[in-house]
Each structure stands twice: as C-alpha cells, then as structure tokens.
Write a protein that binds this ligand. Structure first.
Ligand code: ADP
Length: 249
C-alpha cells in the first residue's frame, strides 16, 4: 500500500511539474507573440509611419519588461524551492524587517497615494533568512497596493505572543477583498482572481507562490482572511527565537 501511495505521489508531482512548464511557457509566449507582431508590423505596413513606430516601440518595451518580471520570478521561485529543505539558522528581527520592507515600498506607496502604517514591538526575534523574509513582506505590501487600494491605507502589525512563543506579522488592506472560493488557491502558481487585472498591474501570478515556499522553509504558517468589501489580511506566524524581552511581551 505504501509503495502504491509513493507511486501516486510521484505521478502527481510529475503531473504538477509538467503543468508548471506548460503554464510558464504559455505565460512567456504571450508577450513574445506580441513583440513579434509589432516587429512584423514595423517591417511591413508601418515601415514609414513615424508616429506608429514610437507607439509600437513603447508597447514592445512594456512586453519585454513583462517577460523580464516573469523570468525574475521564475528564478526566485526555483531558488527558494531548491532551498526548501534547508532550514535557516540565523536569528533575525521581524520588527526590523517589517519597518525596512515598508521603507523599501515608500515610493510605490506614494505613487499609489496609499499610506503604510507599521505597528511593531521593539524586537521580534525569529530564526530566518533576512532577505527571504523581506521578500515575503515586500510581496504582501505590493499586493495590498496593487489589489487592495482604498483611501484607508495599509496596516502592518507585528505581534509577539510570549506565552506561546510565537511571532506574527500581518499585512492588512481595506480594498475590495477576495471572494472565499479563491482563498485556498491564491498561493498556487499562476493562480489569479482576475488575469486581466493582475496583468495590467504588472503581476506575474507567482508572488504568493514564492511567499508560500519561503514560509514553508521557515516552518511558518500563512493565513489569509478576507470578506468581499472589507479588504484582506495576510498573516504569517512562526516560532519566536531566543530571549523575549519584557518590552516584547
Ligand atoms: P500577481 O503577480 O498576480 O499579483 P500573486 O501570486 O501575488 O500574483 O497573487 C495572486 C492573486 O491573488 C492576484 O492576482 C490577486 O487576484 C489576488 N490577490 C493577492 N493579494 C490580494 C489583495 N491584497 N487583495 C485582493 N486580491 C489579492
């Protein structure tokens, strides 16, 4: 029976891998087809059309940037996946990461006219990889800015539960929220509530898949809570590390 289960697990994995390659190829092929189309038009019908040339070059650049983002995200995902069984060993401060991540997103939040507030204790020590946890925070803030826009801003809260020795970090927006049926699937690769919206906001559909894999490696949980019309809250929770100071309690 165990052997049988191993086989089905293997087949399932093979299947997922094949699907992933097909999806990734499709995602790359779309902007490539569009760039090729513009080149053909510029070589043919629009050969002498100055105005069209400027416009088309702009669109080609947009599509090239989209391919670039996809490749960057695919590489990030593969890097994280390769490390998934290697548990991190350094102690880092989730409060500092929350503040720093927020700072890194300042210009994006200014562009969206969206205020980001951080409420974090003096220190929230966890065992982790700083760069990866920073990427998690950034991805969550980026999504809140992209999909959770409202005039109420974004709240980032770090909490330390000294009794249970857990540290949590949540990113909350007050946008239109996510319908319940989507919640369990959001961290799947290339899953989007609206492909059109994700695309127009520069999304690749890989952000939350990267987040999930980083958290897996950290032994951390991801909880997504949302109601239509009431925004969304993404909360990560993981074991606390080292001495928790009184101030953190
Ligand atoms: P993308 O590159 O499309 O942003 P993600 O994996 O980061 O990919 O997110 C997957 C999908 O989850 C998004 O396309 C969007 O539909 C939905 N989503 C993520 N964060 C939020 C949020 N804060 N509010 C509403 N929808 C969200």
């Amino acid at each position: 029976a165990i052997l049988l289960r191993d086989m089905t697990d293997r087949q399932h994995l093979d299947r997922m891998r094949a699907d992933f390659v097909a999806n990734a190829s499709h995602e790359l092929r779309t902007p490539l087809a569009s760039i090729t189309g513009y080149i053909e038009t510029l070589q043919g019908p629009a050969r002498t059309d100055e105005a069209a040339r400027g416009r088309f070059l702009g669109r080609m650049l947009e599509q090239a940037h989209r391919m670039r983002r996809l490749i960057d995200d695919l590489l990030s995902l593969s890097r994280v996946e390769m490390n998934v069984h290697r548990t991190p060993s350094g102690v880092v401060d989730l409060s500092e990461i929350a503040r720093y991540g927020c700072e890194m997103m300042t210009s994006a939040s200014k562009a969206e006219e969206c205020e980001i507030r951080v409420d974090a204790p003096a220190a929230a020590p966890v065992v982790g990889d700083r760069d990866e946890l920073l990427q998690v925070v950034q991805n969550l803030i980026e999504n809140a800015l992209k999909y959770g826009r409202s005039n109420k801003g974004i709240d980032i809260t770090v909490g330390v539960d000294a009794a249970r020795r857990r540290v949590s970090l949540s990113v909350r927006d007050y946008g239109r929220g996510i319908a319940e049926e989507h919640l369990p699937r959001l961290t799947e690769r290339f899953y989007r509530v609206s492909e059109q919206e994700s695309r127009s906001r520069g999304g690749t559909g890989l952000g939350l898949a990267i987040v999930k894999h980083i958290l897996l490696r950290h032994g951390a949980d991801l909880d997504i809570e949302s109601r239509m019309g009431h925004g969304a809250t993404f909360t990560i929770a993981m074991p606390a590390a080292g001495e928790l100071t009184a101030a953190a309690e």
